[in-house]
Design a protein around this ligand. Structure first.
Ligand SMILES: *Cc1c(COP(=O)(O)O)cnc(C)c1O
Length: 365
């Protein structure tokens, strides 16, 4: 069986060593030693000034909204994982979609301005599949209308941009450390901030709003990462270079076999960004081909995923006019299996099935 992604498991003895430290300290959560160690190591690795670990990426989004006191409408992308939009609605905010650029699959910067109203408080783009958004243009619009910018960078762990890390753009970025993501802490996530004031506020909000005097000073929530999550994170972070280089290799295998096939298109990647190889999406001519290829692979116990389907404007709990480009692209995209353990021969097999199926279906037309 070949799934779309496979959780990276570190050496079990290494994990056990961290767990032994937790048992010795008898502190399982509440900003323990391992959480602080992971926070520091991640800050160094990513090159970000302030980082707060939380229990999952969705809570990181919700905290970001509270941190910046958002109200009213938030302009966001209809092409993402459901949490980008559902977290807004859950938080009493209204998602207003700006359609996507069909080449980058990110929010189309030329469609943002027409969505701004007196009720708009923030722009929430997503670096979809780790592809950096047009961050300067987005910041320019935000500055002109006095809006906040939050990046859902759940896919962008380790993505570079113009010599910096993509997480350093916007007022706040969030990442997800869910087990299916490139770097993980079983469940988990982080909020990345650019100043100490927001950092201190975030630390307070994730811990019931407690101040240094032990009294809740502001309205908070419980979003703390625990020590076992941090132990997993520290173990995985030790191997991050291997994880990335193996993924780069798998990406190369795919590209070597699929790049020159005229029936398959790829996301156009931001020329100033460096890849983290988090996903391998292919864009086919129509939904029929996507379904045909998916079924052909599944018959061989290979399970690609339709990330992201459907376009978020189509969800029952979302109130939005239809987003044409996102709707079309959501029908045409298939994410192929992507994880370090995929061998060249497995990639060969996957590509062979795909090409075979496309040939059969093109002939039948
Ligand atoms: C995974 C993901 C999230 C949610 O993160 P969790 O840690 O699973 O809560 C949010 N946004 C995007 C784009 C994601 O892919």
């Amino acid at each position: 069986m070949i799934p779309v992604t496979k959780t990276y498991l570190p050496n079990i003895e290494k994990y056990q060593e961290y767990v032994e430290r937790i048992f010795a300290s008898n502190q399982l959560t509440n900003n323990g030693v391992l959480v602080r160690e992971l926070e520091n190591k991640l800050k160094n690795y990513l090159g970000v000034p302030y980082l707060v670990l939380v229990s999952n990426g969705t809570l990181a989004l919700q905290l970001a909204y509270k941190l910046l006191d958002l109200e009213g409408e938030v302009i966001t992308t209809p092409f993402s994982f459901v949490a980008t939009t559902s977290s807004l609605i859950w938080g009493g905010l209204k998602p207003v979609f700006a359609d996507i650029n069909p080449e980058t699959l990110n929010i189309n910067v030329t469609k943002i301005e027409e969505k701004i109203t007196w009720d708009t408080s923030c722009i929430l783009p997503v670096h979809v599949f780790g592809n950096p958004c047009e961050v300067e243009k987005i910041q320019e619009i935000a500055d002109r209308y006095n809006l906040k910018v939050i990046y859902d960078a759940a896919h962008a762990f380790g993505t570079g941009y113009k010599g910096s890390n993509i997480l350093n753009f916007g007022d706040v970025s969030i990442v997800s450390f869910h087990a299916t993501k490139l770097f993980h802490t079983v469940e988990g996530g982080a909020i990345i901030l650019q100043n100490e004031e927001l950092y201190k506020k975030a630390k307070q909000l994730i811990n019931f709003g407690f101040g240094s005097n032990g009294i809740p000073e502001v309205l908070g929530i419980n979003a703390k990462m625990n020590e076992f999550q941090a132990a997993m994170g520290l173990s995985v972070l030790d191997d991050i270079d291997i994880i990335l280089s193996k993924r780069r290799q798998v990406h190369k295998f795919y590209q070597g076999r699929l790049a020159s096939i005229s029936h398959i298109n790829f996301v156009s990647f931001n020329e100033f960004g460096t890849r983290n190889y988090s996903y391998f999406p292919i864009i086919l001519k129509n939904e029929e081909l996507v379904l045909g290829v998916k079924q052909a692979l599944e018959e061989h116990e290979i399970f690609p995923r339709r990330y992201f389907y459907p376009s978020l404007d189509r969800l029952s709990f979302v109130d939005s006019p239809p987003m044409e480009v996102s709707g079309e692209m959501a029908n045409r995209i298939l994410c192929l299996p992507m994880y370090g353990e995929l061998s060249e021969s497995m990639v060969d097999k996957i590509c062979h099935i795909i090409l075979n199926q496309i040939t059969i279906m093109e002939k039948g037309e």
